[in-house]
Design a protein around this ligand. Structure first.
Ligand code: 5GP
Length: 114
């Protein structure tokens, strides 16, 4: 049995999911349970960081790379505007403790933060 996160297993090809974009450090997939017309996930290839607070403290350049990929994807998959969500902690809805950004776009409710 593997201790790898679901995202690492996707990256390895053990779980099917189209890789929409990738760099040496970051990759993107569609969320399996979309909650917006466009709902993508941007994920570091390392699973060293559980959440965005750990990532930001340890490797801000990697966080910047995630934001850059989100911006590019929002332009390719929607009109360029997007919401970036990092659920941080189980109480906030985080279920996968391998840091990832939700990129939500395309017909979002104005004024909503969630
Ligand atoms: P969290 O709740 O941790 O912020 O986000 C985890 C996200 O991963 C959820 O939105 C969930 O739908 C997505 N997810 C979980 N398992 C899979 C999977 O096997 N494939 C894909 N594409 N997304 C997944």
């Amino acid at each position: 049995m593997s201790d790898a996160s679901v995202f690492t297993r996707i990256l390895r090809g053990e779980i099917p999911s189209e890789i929409l974009a990738q760099t040496d450090n970051v990759f993107a997939i569609r969320d399996i349970a979309p909650r917006a017309p466009v709902h993508l996930l941007v994920i570091p290839k390392t699973e060293a960081y559980r959440d965005v607070t750990e990532l930001a403290a340890a490797d801000p350049a990697l966080l910047t790379e995630m934001v850059d990929m989100a911006r590019t994807l929002a332009s390719e998959h929607a009109d360029g505007d997007f919401r970036l969500v990092f659920n941080t902690g189980a109480g906030a809805g985080q279920t996968v403790f391998h840091v990832h950004a939700h990129v939500l776009a395309g017909g979002l409710d104005e004024g909503s933060v969630g």
